[in-house]
Ligand binder design. Structure first.
Ligand SMILES: [Zn+2]
Ligand SMILES: [Zn+2]
Length: 147
């Protein structure tokens, strides 16, 4: 974890700002490949010298305090990292994942496909299943059946 932070004294407390770089390792949510990248996060947090009691109770935002002239950066950084992490990490934006038929990496073999029923053929099957087909003058299928 690389830290590049600036501490600034303001009249209510200490303003911490800067950016943090963390190494993220994980598993792609689409193809399950392990990956690693750097995540850069902007951090900005105000540590107050004292509790601001006039703060609305419904304000759920956690208040950071300067305690014994020290500030505790750890929870701030942890929150920042957790917020910045993607819900479903992928090895790269356009990862195509795995073939649903055989599990091969689609990005390694883009032209890859499996034999599927000709869609026209399955349409015919659907028609055959209908007992009452409304007569349609343009229906080529009817002509074929008559011949
Ligand atoms: Zn992937
Ligand atoms: Zn496949």
């Amino acid at each position: 974890m690389d830290l590049e932070l600036r501490l600034e004294g303001v009249h209510e407390g200490i303003l911490v700002s800067g950016n943090v770089t963390v190494d993220v390792t994980g598993e792609c949510g689409r193809c399950l490949d392990p990956f690693e990248y750097d995540l850069e996060i902007d951090v900005q947090e105000l540590f107050s010298y004292e509790d601001q009691e006039d703060l609305e109770a419904e304000d759920e935002e956690e208040q950071r305090l300067v305690e014994n002239e020290k500030i505790d950066l750890e929870p701030v950084l942890r929150d920042a990292v957790v917020t910045a992490l993607p819900f479903q990490p992928v090895c790269r934006e356009d990862c195509e994942g795995l073939c649903s038929e055989c599990g091969i990496h689609l990005s390694e073999d883009p032209g890859h496909h499996h034999e599927v029923l000709d869609p026209r053929w399955s349409a015919l099957q659907g028609l055959a299943g209908q007992t009452a087909v409304t007569a349609d003058k343009d229906n080529v299928l009817d002509e074929r059946e008559e011949s």
